[in-house]
Design a protein around this ligand. Structure first.
Ligand code: DXP
Ligand SMILES: NCC(=O)COP(=O)(O)O
Length: 237
């Protein structure tokens, strides 16, 4: 069963745009879970353009499903995650000025760093996942970091699928199977949407979790948040 974790970054974007507290991030997170959402994901970036570090603390008592905090493991981020202790931390190699996440880890080049930071999170009871491209060497490197899971970076799939190229799934299905064979759990995210999620899910064995934000919140403008959450859940059955 693939769990739906809703990324609420874009709720925070809207909230911050007026300087107030509308939409109320905590209330939206409660509602998403009451609609059937099986997790809440946030990605506090160093410039706090959307999710603020305080949001990560404030959400902890509100999230009773799975709480996933994503980000580049710079010292401030590591301290935040160790203090909040979410269900899962997803490590993303984002540059500070990146408009959004745009690459997976080089797990060979950063092996010792990742081993060290992953060990610290695991010692604190936090499940670890690393954001990764669907590349054989990188998946093998991920296994050597002792991460619990990988998160397949799905932008390339989403972009190609939109153009009608269904073969774009092949690196992802191959990578997922290799990860499972190496003892890694498989998550996925970035640019997944109502249009592509069922095809992706149907072709990825053992997919444990998808984290979806930008498309889901955008689709909700037209279709309503409760309706969209349930449309994703239906496609993920
Ligand atoms: C790692 C990942 O794919 C998501 O966290 C994505 O980066 C969302 O970040 P933004 O909402 O800032 O685009
Ligand atoms: N890890 C992916 C995520 O949390 C949301 O990415 P997106 O759906 O906003 O592209």
């Amino acid at each position: 069963m693939t769990k739906l974790s809703v990324n609420v970054n874009k709720i925070a974007t809207l909230r911050n745009s007026r300087g107030g507290n509308t939409p109320n991030l905590l209330q939206v997170a409660k509602d998403i879970q009451s609609f059937g959402g099986e997790g809440i994901t946030i990605h506090p970036r160093p410039d706090e353009r959307h999710i603020r570090y305080q949001d990560a603390y404030d959400l902890k008592p509100v999230v009773y499903t799975e709480y996933n905090i994503e980000g580049n493991p710079v010292p401030k981020f590591v301290d935040l995650v160790l203090a909040v202790k979410p269900t899962q931390v997803t490590l993303v190699p984002d540059a500070e000025d990146a408009i959004t996440s745009n690459a997976g880890w080089d797990t060979k080049k950063h092996k010792s760093f990742l081993q060290e930071v992953i060990s610290e999170f695991k010692q604190n009871g936090i499940r670890t996942s690393i954001f990764i491209d669907p590349v054989k060497d990188m998946i093998e490197g991920a296994a050597e970091t002792n991460a619990d899971r990988i998160e397949l970076y799905t932008e390339e799939f989403a972009s190609e699928y939109t153009k009608g190229n269904e073969k774009a799934i092949i690196p992802y299905s191959d990578s997922a199977q290799l990860a499972i064979d190496l003892g890694l759990g498989v998550n996925a995210g970035h640019d997944l949407s109502l249009d592509n999620i069922k095809f992706f899910r149907d072709n990825i064995s053992g997919l444990l979790e998808v984290s979806i934000g930008h498309a889901l919140i955008s689709e909700s403008i037209y279709l309503g948040l409760e309706n969209v959450v349930n449309m994703y859940l239906h496609r993920l059955k």
